[in-house]
Design a protein around this ligand. Structure first.
Ligand code: SF4
Length: 374
């Protein structure tokens, strides 16, 4: 069982809050896909005999890529591996790129799920976020994606400049009204080196404070829960059966291969676990795909456990407490910490596991750090 990720590092422009690895020139798409095919060929031994459960085209903006080039890469992948019968093939897409014809083309090459970078259905908020699409683009493409695939995910951001609790409820209602079965909710965060960070520091932009953001998150948990969505990860809500297989696979630390610049892989061989990180330079990737800037690191047992704790506490399925007890130098101390977080309403029991509560999800990384074996 294997998951595949492809990082397609092209966007038309950089959104003010975004720090992802990407470039804004489009003339390199064909060269990029030739390099991607080459990297896949060079890594064919990692694929051979494996059954692919999910493929995720992320970025950047994969919906800017010509479907024929994406399809060509999928054919290369299929030469070296088998696709599971119900393989999930997700394409991250921006509403302004999609038309009924492009959706048909993506479907024809095997895409069966769109993850839409909607961020908001409200015109003023889209403007505040610096997005290129309009509210009607967002509504139109969500409807078209659902018609074509019966499956789609809408990403929403909360905490934009000037946003109120009422705006946020309106946004959530608009997303629910589309009938989309998966909604991801992200709190707007300030990332280093972004235009948003500079604007906030200068005082040119004022964002809602942390307590309003926390209230917005609680509102999302409440409204989406009332509408039958399961809150299966800190930022992710889905109707039964519509969770993201790719994301859930990564969070459960199943093996995945990442292709393209900056992509990461988790590879198991001979009883060892390896983390592979592709380099973060597009030009070097084009010159030497699959080798330029690649870093491989064999994970120690301690690193594996730490990853498991961090990731499990972000999931509704939670963490098997024996993982903590087995690896912690002082089991009594960790039990006391778990007890304290239970009392504070941050952790709860879940069928033998311990899990973060919805309030605890807001502090998932802090909880993990407090509980880590070291
Ligand atoms: S479209 Fe997405 S990946 Fe591209 S700059 Fe905006 S937020 Fe970042």
């Amino acid at each position: 069982m294997l998951h595949c990720y492809v990082h397609i590092p092209f966007c038309r422009t950089r959104c003010p809050y975004c720090d992802f690895f990407l470039v804004t020139r489009q003339d390199l798409q064909e060269r990029f896909f030739r390099a991607l095919v080459e990297e896949t060929r060079l890594r064919s031994e990692e694929l051979r005999g494996r059954s692919i459960r999910s493929i995720h085209f992320g970025g950047g903006t994969p919906s800017l890529a010509p479907p024929a080039l994406l399809g060509g890469w999928l054919e290369t992948l299929a030469r070296f591996s088998a696709f599971g019968d119900d393989v999930e093939v997700t394409l991250e897409a921006n509403p302004e790129d999609l038309t009924p014809a492009s959706i048909r083309d993506f479907r024809a090459i095997g895409v069966n799920r769109l993850s839409l970078g909607v961020q908001s259905f409200l015109p003023g908020k889209l403007e505040a976020l610096g997005r290129r699409h309009t509210a009607s683009d967002a509504l139109r493409t969500t409807g078209e994606a659902l018609d074509a695939f019966g499956n789609a995910c809408v990403d929403l951001i909360c905490g934009a400049e000037g946003e109120t609790g009422t705006d946020w409820r309106e946004d959530l209602s608009a997303a629910l009204a589309t009938g989309v079965p998966h909604i991801s909710v992200y709190l707007l965060t300030l990332e280093k080196g972004t235009r948003l960070m500079r604007d906030v520091r200068k005082g040119a932009v004022v964002l809602p404070d942390e307590s309003l953001q926390a209230t917005m998150y609680e509102t999302a948990c409440g409204m989406l829960g009332e509408h039958g969505f399961r809150h299966y990860e800190v930022s992710n809500f889905s109707r039964p059966g519509f969770f993201s297989r790719y994301n859930l696979g990564c969070w459960h630390r199943e093996s995945y291969l990442g292709f393209g610049p900056s992509a990461h892989s988790l590879v198991r061989r001979n009883g060892e676990e390896w983390r592979r990180a592709n380099g973060r330079s597009l030009m070097r990737y084009l010159e030497a795909p699959g080798t330029a800037g690649v870093q491989n690191e064999c994970l120690s047992e301690r690193e594996r456990i730490n990853e498991q704790v961090f990731l499990s506490l972000r999931l509704a399925s939670g963490l098997d407490p024996t993982v903590l007890l087995r690896h912690h130098e002082s089991p009594g101390k960790v039990l006391a910490t778990v007890g304290r977080f239970r009392t504070e309403g941050l952790l709860a029991d879940a069928g033998g596991a311990i899990r973060a509560t919805e309030k605890g999800f807001l502090f998932a990384d802090f909880l993990a750090r407090e509980l880590l074996p070291g």
